[in-house]
Ligand binder design. Structure first.
Ligand SMILES: [Zn+2]
Length: 350
């Protein structure tokens, strides 16, 4: 396996107000742990400096006026640009690099130069919509990468979103098409982002190509992995994508200060391993994982290094214990899974 990690220090120039969970230190601790792991020095792993997305790439999905406005806000010193979204003078460039890294990673995989890519970017993307920033996100990195694969390469894409939050921005972009399958496992979305429920299945030609698995707060390794293995994996496999994109959120860990799920690092890595194996069976291993959320500065470095280890077929010890869903939450979570199965079995063999 030949793996590329895409990263640039440009991502650190997106600055956020003091106390914001989404901060430059996130990528600093991740890169420090990756360096410590030694994986970046192995022959099967390359660290690659990404490029910026060009304007006509950003406007594949975002309105030109919105892109221009973000640039202007940054040039005039920055400020709030949406619900829990912030721009600093360096944000436009950083966000253009984040989108560019995601698009570039898909090209590296499609051209066969790498088997899989891990794009460690910020700002994250999956809440960003056609003309709005939201939830720490400016441009929708994964959605742009998917649209690039559809438009430029004519490929079928499955997006698997494992961030603790529903990727409402991504869902919206592909709600009416069968060219991109969106599957998301996330915490109860009633408080945020307000969408991501079981019955949001897509519309028109997209009906049946949007899959939401909204799990109760405190869902732990056991139920999360069951949801992934018994619902998400078979649907992606039946869809038969050419490439799998992963919205790789790390905020489903129990110690995360923002997310409300309760996975351990072991649960996280088992989930990622399951997805990598799925890609091997479904699309020759072609997988691009793009960082979304993840705010526990003591955990996300180790989780990222372990993800890279999985891609490289290596071992990486994680100091954590598996978690179990508490009984009352488990009953609620099982009811959710039954409902998702009932709704989605209209479209898929489950
Ligand atoms: Zn999140």
């Amino acid at each position: 396996m030949k793996i590329a990690v895409l990263y640039t220090e440009e991502f650190l120039h997106h600055e956020t107000p003091a106390g914001w969970p989404e901060c430059p230190e996130r990528l600093e601790v991740i890169m420090r742990e990756l360096e410590k792991s030694g994986f970046l020095k192995t022959a099967s792993c390359d660290l690659i400096e990404p490029r910026q997305a060009m304007l006509d790439e950003l406007t594949m999905l975002h309105d030109r006026g919105y892109v221009k406005w973000i640039k202007e806000v940054c040039e005039s010193g920055g400020g709030a640009v949406g619900l829990e979204a912030w721009a600093s003078p360096g944000t436009f460039e950083a966000a253009a690099y984040a989108a560019g890294a995601s698009i570039m990673a898909t090209d590296l995989v499609i051209e066969g130069r790498y088997d899989a890519c891990l794009a460690l970017v910020r700002p994250p993307g999956h809440h960003a919509g056609r003309q709005h920033a939201k939830g720490y996100c400016i441009f929708n990195n994964v959605a742009l990468a998917a649209q690039h694969l559809v438009e430029q390469h004519g490929l079928r894409v499955a997006i698997l979103d494992v961030d603790a939050h529903h990727g409402d921005g991504t869902q919206d972009f592909f709600y009416g098409t069968d060219e991109v399958l969106y599957v998301s496992l996330h915490q109860d979305p009633r408080l945020f982002p307000g969408r991501g429920f079981e019955d949001e299945v897509g519309s028109g030609p997209g009906e049946g190509y949007n899959v939401n698995i909204p799990l109760p707060f405190f869902t732990a390794d056991d139920i999360y992995l069951r949801a992934l293995e018994s619902v998400a994996v078979p649907i992606v496999e039946q869809y038969g994508p050419d490439v799998i994109l992963v919205s790789l959120g790390l905020d489903h860990h129990y110690a995360d200060p923002v997310g409300r799920l309760a996975l351990s690092m072991l649960g996280h890595i088992r989930a990622f391993y399951t997805i990598v194996e799925l890609a091997r069976r479904a699309c020759g291993g072609r997988l691009v994982a793009v960082l979304e959320g993840g705010y526990s500065l003591t955990r996300i470095g180790k989780m990222s290094a372990a993800d890279l280890a999985v891609l490289l077929g290596r071992r990486y010890g994680l100091p954590d214990e598996p978690t179990e869903t508490p009984p009352r939450t488990r009953a609620k979570a099982e009811a959710v899974l039954r409902k998702v199965r009932r709704i989605q079995s209209k479209y898929w063999g489950l």
